[in-house]
Design a protein around this ligand. Sequence first.
Ligand code: AVJ
Length: 340
Amino acid sequence: MRQTTTAPRVDTPPPAAAAPDRPTAADGAGDDIAAIALAGLTATPKCLPPRLFYDAAGSRLFDRITGLAAYYPTRTESRILHMQAAEIATRAGRGTTLVEFGSGASVKTRLVLDALRDPAVYVPIDISADHMMTASTALARDHPGLTVRPVHGDFMQMTTLPLDDAPAGTAGRRLGFFPGSTIGNLLPDEAVAFLRRAACMLGHDGHLLVGVDLEKDPARLIAAYDDPEGVTAAFNLNLLTRLNREAAADFRLDRFAHRAIWRADAGRIEMHLESLADQIVQVAGRGIRFRKGETIHTENSHKYTPAGFARLARRGGWRTDACWTDPERLFSLHYLIQNH
Ligand code: AVJ
């Protein structure tokens, strides 16, 4: 049978959104925590991927870290965003779709949205669905007229955005937003690969705003990752609590300690969980042996110079159109444009 009629196309803009869309599930949304944990804990040396930090409790602990006196990145980046709002708005243009990689509590997002001219759509991407939806609901309420399209998943596993049904009236470009120096969690070669994928996800005229923590006095860096209040230690140890609950593990938290070390050769802070005794821990039905002093490597946080990150961006297909820092040169914000 031949189809003779088609549904009428109505190209009117969608009504002002008062609530975010239901989240779209993408790759990484249904992680098998036990399998991921076993893979890392049977490797040599032992490691766990940092995205496991962000269960509900871990996301709350991270939000507390961002308010700590010793943890300068968040407030410094917010100041730079505030200072450069007009510069960002000019470069991004009108009707932008803002795509945030690892949106968390969406605090810095508000600074960017307030700066942009008539932003059309906000696409938060996060692995912590509940945390993201709470933030999206508040954000949609405060920005009537903005369409909020949350994506639940791991942006590191994505090569396209599930946005094929782009809302009508979105003529602007996509602006990627990757704040907080989360890019520092990646090894330099992985960061290059991510930047290439981001270019695909954002389209040929897409731009990308990336927050990058800067190299500095190691004592200052270590203090930021080993705060006197012990919040970062709790954040790191929460990984073990999560595995006890979600990977049938029996870690004793008093037998592990938080460690933060500066690796000058690699230009990065490393976080580890150090075993305080010889012990065997059950994880998903397997006995994992730890020697006293052995560690689980839980996070890398690479630090760059402005020129060093600009070189990395180039390898990833981008060029730095602007790089802004604070007066103390603690943190940097790179406005990237595609290199073609
Ligand atoms: C969210 C990955 C940027 O590396 O500084 C904070 C996470 N780890 N304290 C960082 C983190 C320990 C944070 N990032």
